[in-house]
Design a binder for this molecule. Sequence first.
Ligand code: ZN
Length: 317
Amino acid sequence: MRLHKLKLKYKIIVSLLFANIVLVSITTSNNLTFAFKDYIPSETFPFFGAPIHEDITRAALDFLKPKILADINNEHAFVDGPLQFTSGYHVDGCHFSDSVSKINNHYSRAINDLDPSKRNHGDARDAFGQLLHIVQDFYSHSNWIELGHTDPNKDLIDGGLGLWTPLNGYQVYPKDFMVIQGEKIPPGITLYPQLHNNKIIHAVMFHKIYQGLITGTIPYEPDDCPDNIAIPHWDTFHGDKKRGEQGFGIGLNKDSPSRDNFNEAKNMAIAQTKHEWCRLVTMTAESYGQPGVDLLLKEWVKDRNKAIAACSNLFPN
Ligand SMILES: [Zn+2]
């Protein structure tokens, strides 16, 4: 279904549901408290550590019931644990198509489980938590931020309300970026590597220049980033250098506060996570109508006004 139709349908459902609720204006605090003291340094735990993912999720979805939020947040440790070495879950190795299909498969799982005629909806929380991990890693592990997309209000990689748009290798997308995926560069496309460690890749096709979207490469799994433009995930084979050390910042990851562009990646991850809530509500409404949305709000949400206000920019009056 096309987006505007979907929006209209959702608006109708929402207005029916919340006709009697006066939306209060929510002041979103910029002073989000991030428990950086819990942070495990990247030298010993070389990913956006689970505690940082949990902070991001908490900041975006603070209107959920604490128990639900905790259940969703548990999944970060799972994805960074048993699934640590599957790069599609962490948006590494230029496996963009795989990452997006993992997100969409998890959405199917979640929506399937949110069927109001079912008794137990526990798997939806797990599926949603796991897909949020992938969504958040997109910002810390790709060069989206370095390409200049840092405005949480307009620079989300996927601002749709249905399944994610597939990201296919060497396809051009709005905002004039090309997904770089595949060791074999198609004829007619030339890729130019970064200059001066700026993480910016250019792709030229038919005399037009596009931004090249890539991720870092990790040493233990085959990647799909062409060798002439590939950028490692870490500064060294095993992890990151410290600021001031020679070689600091060679790697692409923005996993810890010590990395350049960490705050930009974190803020975009928060915005995309919040957006995923709106997507989940929309897809639930699409599948099950009012009873589905009712169930989701009843089981998951602590602060209904805030949960609705989180999506108010998508569905203005
Ligand atoms: Zn990860």
